[in-house]
Design a protein around this ligand. Structure first.
Ligand SMILES: Cc1ncc(COP(=O)(O)O)c(C=O)c1O
Length: 363
């Protein structure tokens, strides 16, 4: 791989590959950021030098996703799982919300919301082990829902929503595993959140993009650290923010902008996914798991006809420099997570390896 011969092709679902350029810039600035004589890790979050990084990162994210002025961008600790609680605590108001349960994480989010109010399962793909996304006509939103929740890309099952649900209530979306991979009309959403450890930076933080009119509805016992209203008022700095993670996000966004932004990422992800799915269509050894109409361009799930054969392939691939191809423990098989930072060349090489492996394997 360019720049560093020791880098592996890492197909992990997250934390996952970050742009080499971002890592190298971070390394070169590790002990002395921009002549400041200090590491970004050592800076006061209130200092001028850090606030510049913070503002630049926020502005870069706003530009990358064309976030309108009606929406605020928040950086919140606790990863995406924190948002499974923060969303109902802030938006449920003791009422009922619609949840589309199309995978493990949407299921966990729905369960969490049930602690604070009513949950109406407006769609589910559990009948076929989450191998598909229900069609728009199959969604059953409830009339008085406080919001409609879905997860746009199911990291474990390898399925992705190809449409944006049209709902009367505000749309809330977990975009952890496909944010910044394609353009999104943010104005359609009440709230978007995403754990950063796939397409954006190191783990432990979520980006939240919220329609400002939704803030201030939290239940009285909502922890202050989870309040969107407080986070907006304090510009994500009611307590010390994850300063270094925000800096890394900024470096990733610089890399992304240099490469042509989100539209360029969309082209690349289509190319990467097509390489894998086209081969899976023709292969006699490997089969794609998800329905064709619902296949994720970020997490490509596939398997052979047996768990032992799967294991043998994962091991051989690991030995050949293709890391973390084992599927999630809930589903087994294989999963190639091909986020923005995965070079197309990495996927070309993986497909070449799979072809070679298949040719040597008596089917
Ligand atoms: C779609 C999705 N939502 C939520 C999560 C949970 O994220 P975190 O571990 O940051 O809480 C994940 C983790 O991989 C995910 O893929």
């Amino acid at each position: 791989m360019a720049g560093n011969a020791n880098r592996i092709y890492n197909f992990s679902a997250g934390p996952s590959m970050l742009p080499l350029e971002a890592l190298e810039t971070a390394a070169s600035e590790m002990t002395d950021y921009n002549g400041s004589g200090q590491s970004v890790m050592e800076m006061s979050h209130r200092s001028k030098v850090y606030l510049e990084i913070f503002e630049e990162t926020k502005a870069a994210l706003r530009a990358a996703l064309a976030v309108p002025d009606t929406h605020e961008i928040l950086f919140m600790q606790g990863g995406a799982t924190f948002q499974f609680s923060a969303v109902p605590l802030n938006l449920l108001e003791g009422g009922t919300a619609d949840y589309a349960v199309t995978g493990n994480f949407a299921g966990i989010a729905a369960e969490e919301a049930g602690k604070y109010g009513g949950v109406h399962v407006a769609a589910s793909s559990a009948d076929r082990n989450h191998t598909y996304i229900p069609a728009a006509a199959e969604l059953k939103p409830s009339p008085d829902a406080k919001y409609f929740y879905y997860c746009s890309n199911n990291t474990i099952y390898g399925t992705e929503w190809k449409y944006t649900p049209e709902t009367a209530s505000p749309l809330v979306c977990d975009m952890s595993s496909n944010i910044l991979s394609k353009p999104v009309d943010v104005s359609k959403y009440g709230l978007i959140f995403a754990g950063v450890q796939k397409n954006m930076g190191p783990a432990g933080m979520a980006v939240v993009i919220i329609d400002k009119t939704l803030a201030g509805r939290e239940l009285p016992y909502t922890p202050k650290v989870m309040s969107y209203k407080v986070a907006i008022e304090k510009d994500s700095m009611d307590n010390t923010p994850p300063c270094y993670t925000i800096y890394m996000l900024g470096l990733t966004l610089k890399w992304l902008a240099k490469r042509g932004g989100v539209p360029a990422m969309e082209k690349l992800k289509t190319e990467r996914a097509a390489l894998l799915y086209d081969y899976l269509e023709e292969s006699k050894l490997f089969h794609a798991v998800a329905d064709r109409s619902s296949r994720s361009d970020m997490n490509v799930t596939f398997r052979t006809d047996g768990a032992e054969t799967d294991k043998a392939f994962v091991k051989a691939a690991e030995n050949a420099g293709f890391a973390n191809l084992a599927g999630h423990r809930l589903v087994g098989g294989m999963r190639a997570s091909v986020y923005n930072a995965m070079p197309v060349e990495g996927v070309q090489k993986l497909v070449a390896f799979m072809k070679q492996y298949e040719a040597a394997e008596p089917c």
